[in-house]
Design a protein around this ligand. Structure first.
Ligand code: CP
Length: 311
């Protein structure tokens, strides 16, 4: 198929066919990271800028590694070391970046909609690496890639997403993505962390974590995003772990072949017990491995100039 998008801003704007095509392309990329020499010349001469206004380990490093595996030049700018600390606006900063002729700008920002604004002002391709509580498309794509790898197909699966749904761009992108691919998504967590209207994205809501997870093929646990909370939304971490966390006791009511996922960073002993995070059902590190291949696919499709994964 043709893949003619300029940007990757969210999952909502991608069709089911485009998502499948991105996942197929990422599957082909995965093998490059297994080679003794993990590098192909595909994006030689291309320049990628990573522009991160919020902390990141997995997303930033995997975009950086993905660019290098495709032989692109990759440079990085953080908010604290940029001239934004001297008062330069986001759009002026972005226009100056564009003047240096990069091929792709990857941006993470605390304001929902920041990547969309850049995409309207700039001709350069924009990839959203997470904006506020809105969207984290590359995370949702790597999550779908991981589930597809393990389960064969996304259609008909039941996905439970548990925790701080209100503040989670990962939850929103995954709800939209998995439902688009034919899965059923249920969300659960403290009532204070389930936003009104989340059903409009395609998820159902269960106020019982046990009911949400017992028939699930995939259980995705989320961190409490204290940095985005303006008030206390739960009493103590110990109580949160007991009521909403994934414990060995809760695992006993779940399917024997359930996959346990987490976008990271994990708060061990709060939303997930260490034994489960490191246990045989966990695919948390497979998500990280697939993140490199998935981001290689995004760079290839936006900057490679070759639009067919079979070419
Ligand atoms: N999953 C994720 O976005 O992790 P980082 O914040 O470490 O990038």
């Amino acid at each position: 198929m043709e893949f003619n998008r300029k940007d990757i801003l969210d999952i909502a704007s991608l069709s089911k066919e485009e998502i499948s095509f991105i996942l197929d392309t990422a599957d082909k990329m995965r093998e490059i990271s297994e080679r003794p020499i993990k590098k192909v010349p595909t994006l030689r001469g291309k320049t990628i800028v990573l522009f991160f206004y919020e902390p990141s380990t997995r997303t930033k490093l995997s975009f950086d590694i993905a660019a290098k595996r495709l032989s692109a030049d990759c440079v990085s700018l953080s908010a604290s070391s940029s001239s934004m600390v001297k008062g330069e606006t986001l759009i002026d900063t972005a226009r100056n970046l564009e003047a240096m002729k990069p091929d792709v700008i990857v941006i993470r920002h605390s304001a929902s909609g920041a990547p969309h604004m850049l995409s309207r002002y700039l001709k350069t391709s924009i990839i959203n690496a997470g904006d506020g509580t809105h969207a984290h498309p590359s995370q949702a794509l790597l999550d779908m890639m991981t589930v597809r790898e393990k389960k064969g197909d996304l259609n008909g699966l039941r996905i439970a997403i548990i925790g701080d749904i209100s503040h989670s761009r990962v939850a929103r992108s995954n709800i939209v993505g998995f439902t688009k691919m034919g899965a059923d998504v249920v969300v659960s967590g403290p009532r204070t962390m389930i936003p009104k209207g989340i059903e409009n994205l395609g998820a159902s809501v269960s106020h019982s974590v046990d009911l949400a997870v017992q028939d699930a093929d995939v259980v995705m646990m989320l961190r409490i995003q204290k940095e985005r909370q303006s008030s206390f939304l739960f009493s103590t971490e110990r109580e949160y772990a007991r009521e909403y966390g994934l414990s060995e006791k809760r695992m006993k009511i779940m399917k024997p072949d359930v996959l346990i996922m987490h976008p990271g960073p994990i708060n061990r002993g709060v939303e997930i017990s260490p034994a489960i995070a490191d246990g045989k059902h966990s695919v948390i590190l497979d998500q990280v491995t697939n993140g490199v291949a998935l981001r290689m696919a995004l760079f290839y499709l936006l900057a490679g100039g070759i639009r067919n994964a079979d070419d």
